[in-house]
Design a binder for this molecule. Structure first.
Ligand code: SF4
Ligand code: SF4
Length: 405
């Protein structure tokens, strides 16, 4: 690729930003192209120094101390936006996204599914980031049901509060997707969830419909492995060739975990199995009256801030805001969502999406949220046992008037 020819002529230190699987892959491609890489940059692994994949691993400040601004970065972190922001804050560094460094067709088919998926996801996210023409989405949580087969007391999607949860019917779901795809040019990964998606009796039809939407590249099923779908549902998912599973392992509660994994293997569907060690408390609705600086910090540390959520035809910035507004537990702040089904032109909706759901320092509704700290920000005292069950729906104060907050 042209980038490697250009890198070979560079007089700067070449540093791979991100010492994970994608970083290792790019390191190997550089070696094949006879590009000499100086180091890996990694904010966590770099703290203790040492080596990864046969090269030094350092923090950004340590690398700047060693090389000054004489560095070209190859960004190997999926979330390219935060890396570019860090680099811009530190200096005027040239950088390359992974879509300069490999093509989708380069990803080795022999790799396990989840490794291929990491390379593929990074490619799409970086490609979307560099594409200023098209309106694209990296991930979208699509809520197809308010129901769940479990009732976890601290469910971050707030399922424990739904007293009379409902499934959303196929025509309504199709209408939402049709509208979504008039506004967005491409969605890399659509995550089907609720609740538990397999409580929905029309999963086969939903998947069949989504298989036919070429602008959606991947479907991910988030499941607690309590319900084992029939072979016909697995067959439709396998035929579409774009579905993979994220299976939460809640031990005895995930009563169909073993047969579900066996079916995924049988049908050749990719999956990750996620044992859950701890949760953090994030499922209440009180107004905190924080200062803007405090809300900015909660938002900065939040792991859910990019989980755009489609629920009932509205696009919300995260699952908390989507479900809290759907439950009428917090005011429906109009600046915090976009109603896709409103009688507006595509261009009007696009403008609204850019204004409301992009580059916000925090949302008005964040002041009602305890926050969902990403792993790097979780303190020991924040950890609570995961998936404790509650026998009945939890009470909360339902707002009668959906006042704009
Ligand atoms: S399994 Fe628990 S955490 Fe997952 S959606 Fe259901 S209630 Fe929420
Ligand atoms: S409301 Fe704000 S802080 Fe809470 S999960 Fe959503 S984006 Fe994160």
């Amino acid at each position: 690729m042209l980038t490697y020819d250009a890198l070979a002529r560079e007089r700067c230190a070449i540093v791979i930003f991100g010492a994970g699987f994608v970083g290792e892959y790019i390191g190997k491609r550089c070696a094949v192209a006879s590009i000499s890489v100086a180091a890996y940059c990694d904010n966590v692994l770099g703290r203790t120094g040492g080596e990864v994949f046969g090269l030094p691993v350092r923090t950004l400040p340590a690398l700047m101390e060693e090389y000054g601004e004489n560095i070209v970065f190859l960004i190997a972190v999926r979330d390219i936006d935060t890396v570019v922001q860090q680099l811009a804050a530190a200096g005027d560094f040239p950088w390359h996204p992974v879509c300069d460094l490999y093509e989708l067709s380069d990803i080795p088919q022999a790799l396990p599914f989840m490794d291929r998926q990491k390379l593929e996801a990074a490619w799409y996210v970086h490609d979307h980031y560099c594409d200023t023409e098209r309106l694209t989405l990296n991930t979208l949580d699509f809520v197809i049901t308010e129901r769940c087969s479990l009732r976890c007391r601290e469910c971050s999607n707030l399922m424990q509060y739904y007293e009379k949860p409902q499934n959303f019917g196929l025509p309504a779901l199709q209408e939402q997707i049709a509208r979504l795809l008039t506004v967005y040019d491409e969605v890399y990964e659509m995550r089907l969830l609720g609740g538990e998606p397999f409580v929905h009796p029309e999963m086969k039809e939903i998947i069949t419909f989504l298989n036919g939407q070429d602008a959606i590249k991947r479907l991910c099923i988030y499941t607690n492995a309590t319900i084992l779908p029939g072979d016909d549902v697995f067959a439709v998912m396998a035929e579409g060739g774009k579905t993979w599973f994220s299976v939460s392992d809640y031990h005895v509660l995930s009563r169909n975990l073993t047969p579900m994994i066996a079916k995924l293997e049988e049908f050749g569907i990719g999956y990750e199995r996620k044992p859950v060690d701890y949760w953090t408390r994030c499922a209440s609705f009180e107004k905190h009256n924080r200062t803007p600086a405090e809300n900015r910090r909660i938002f900065y540390e939040c792991c859910a801030k990019d989980l755009l959520t489609l629920l009932g035809g509205r696009l919300y910035p995260c699952p908390f805001i989507a479900n809290a507004m759907n439950l009428r537990a917090i005011p429906a702040a109009q600046c915090d969502y976009v109603d896709l089904m409103a009688d507006k032109s595509v261009e009007e909706l696009r403008q609204e999406l850019r204004a409301k759901l992009k580059n916000r320092p925090f949302y008005v509704s964040c002041d009602y949220c305890l926050g969902r700290p990403a792993v790097a920000f979780v303190r020991e005292e924040d950890k609570i046992p995961p998936n404790e069950q509650t026998a009945a729906a939890l009470p909360y104060r339902r707002l009668e008037v959906m006042a704009d907050g």
